[in-house]
Design a binder for this molecule. Structure first.
Ligand code: GTP
Ligand code: MG
Length: 447
């Protein structure tokens, strides 16, 4: 996810070598421009963005820091389309969310992911199977719901999705559900008949949320079809899927800037846990390669018990994250879905995320090596990474059957992570945390 952009952002920043050097600023701006265009960001958006960054950087005095700050501010501003973030609950339950989008964009998968997300927030969720176009569609939902212990409403003897939607709503009311999520058939925007059916479903449900599920791999096309759906359906938010793939990342900027529709969630994998609330500043931080401890903490809280998560967050804040915590995290990650996206959130590790394939932890070479190194450490060493001098490193390398070079590399990565974590727990880190806590959709991050 975002890797292409992150890498070229870094190279843009590195072009600025000296203060007051207009030539290097120009080089940096060129690199930035090229990378944004390559990432499928609309050329007008790119032009405005680069111009603003140039002016702001010159005003503040040319340098890496001013360039970075301006880039960060402007990207955040673009991604902050007006509208709310997270899931908005209606004042009176059930809150009804209608999913729509093109064929194969990820509606059904996202329906289940969203239900799972709401379940971790202690909500009672009903899913309605209103895709009667594709033969196996209802079956797909039945299986997914069974695997993940979710309630599903379907009616195999009814052929009108509008009627099923109505029945589902009645069931959601009588069953005292907090949320009803309605999965619909995939459509091509040009398919007028299907678009009318979708509008009928919308009319009969009067949904609180109309989510447009967009495949981020489709680049600028995603922006165009979102526009068509928006005209007909009045989308309340966009959920971008497949951000774990070779997504160029630019489509997020495009939808936010060109359509002014808020991005609400991002899908980062095929597993049920691979959905994240979209928070502009956090995405920008990640785009710029600083990792995202808060998202990690939030995900962790959903799955691991609260006490453990509290301990971890407090350790991260104090910069006391050690090898035992690292091992614990690796274990817990098994429950959390896509390893790659999670590792990318750990500061200093985004480079490594690129190298990791989407493998399960058991068969992952890097993880196996890390575990071998950690298990060759003494109890004290695991608790106090700073103990590791050359002699100890040598012993660990021997014990793990690896070269000292590999041990050093691992320790460097670990150190970077610890350093970034500490930085994050500094003044700005707390500010970020507070902003989040005062937001609409309060996150479950323990203070
Ligand atoms: N890697 C990855 N795959 C995803 C993601 N979201 C969905 N998919 C995959 O994309 C494929 C299509 O997903 P569905 O949820 O069935 O898409 P849909 O929009 O319901 O498709 P139709 O009902 O046929 O229109 C499936 O193989 C999913 O596993 C994601 O965030 N990441
Ligand atoms: Mg589907």
């Amino acid at each position: 996810m975002f890797e292409a952009l992150t890498d070229s952002f870094k190279s843009a920043i590195n072009k600025i070598r000296f203060a007051d050097d207009e030539k290097s600023l120009k080089k940096a701006l060129d690199t930035l421009k090229k990378s944004l265009l390559k990432a499928d960001v609309h050329h007008k958006v790119v032009r405005d963005l680069v111009k603003t960054i140039e002016i702001e950087t010159k005003q503040a005095g040319i340098g890496k820091e001013s360039f970075l700050r301006s880039m960060k501010d402007n990207l955040t501003e673009i991604l902050t389309a007006p509208g709310n973030q997270g899931f908005i609950f209606a004042s009176k339950p059930p809150t009804v969310a209608l999913m729509c989008g093109l064929q194969g964009s990820g509606k059904t998968t996202t329906t289940v992911k969203l239900a799972n997300y709401l379940k971790t927030k202690q909500k009672k969720v009903l899913i309605a199977a209103c895709d009667l176009q594709r033969l196996a569609a209802v079956e797909q939902l039945k299986q997914l719901c069974e695997q993940n212990e979710m309630d599903l409403f379907f009616n195999d003897s009814e052929s009108d999705p509008v009627k099923i939607a109505k029945e589902a709503l009645a069931k959601a009311k009588s069953g005292l559900y907090d949320v009803l999520i309605v999965d619909t058939a995939g459509r091509l925007a040009i398919d007028q008949e299907l678009m009318e059916e979708l509008q009928d479903i919308k009319k009969s449900l009067n949904p609180d949320e109309v989510f447009y599920v967009a495949d981020s791999l489709t680049g600028q096309d995603a922006v165009r079809s979102a526009a068509t759906f928006n005209e007909l359906m009045e989308i309340s938010g966009v959920i971008l899927t497949k951000y774990d793939g070779d997504s160029k990342g630019g489509v997020a900027l495009g939808i936010a800037k060109q359509l002014n529709i808020p991005l609400r969630f991002i899908g980062m994998g095929e597993k049920v846990g691979d959905l994240e609330q979209f928070l502009p500043d956090r995405i920008v931080t990640r785009l710029m390669g600083e990792g995202d401890l808060l998202t990690l903490a939030e995900k962790t809280v959903g799955v691991i018990d609260e006490k453990e998560a509290k301990k971890l967050t407090s350790k991260i804040k104090k910069g006391q994250f050690n090898f035992n915590d690292f091992l614990d995290q690796l274990e817990s990650m098994k429950k959390l879905g896509n390893l790659k996206s999670l590792i990318g959130m750990i500061p200093g590790m985004s480079g490594m995320a690129g190298k990791l394939k989407d493998m399960d932890l058991e068969n992952n070479v890097e993880v196996t090596r890390m575990k071998a190194m950690i298990s060759s450490m003494t109890k004290k060493e695991r608790e106090l990474p700073s103990l590791l001098n050359n002699a100890r490193k040598k012993r660990i390398a021997n014990g793990a059957g690896l070269s000292q070079l590999e041990v050093n590399r691992f320790l460097k990565q670990f150190k970077n992570a610890a350093k970034m974590a500490k930085k994050f727990s500094g003044k700005n880190g707390m500010k970020d945390l507070e902003n989040l806590m005062s937001g609409q959709d309060r996150m479950q991050i323990p203070r």
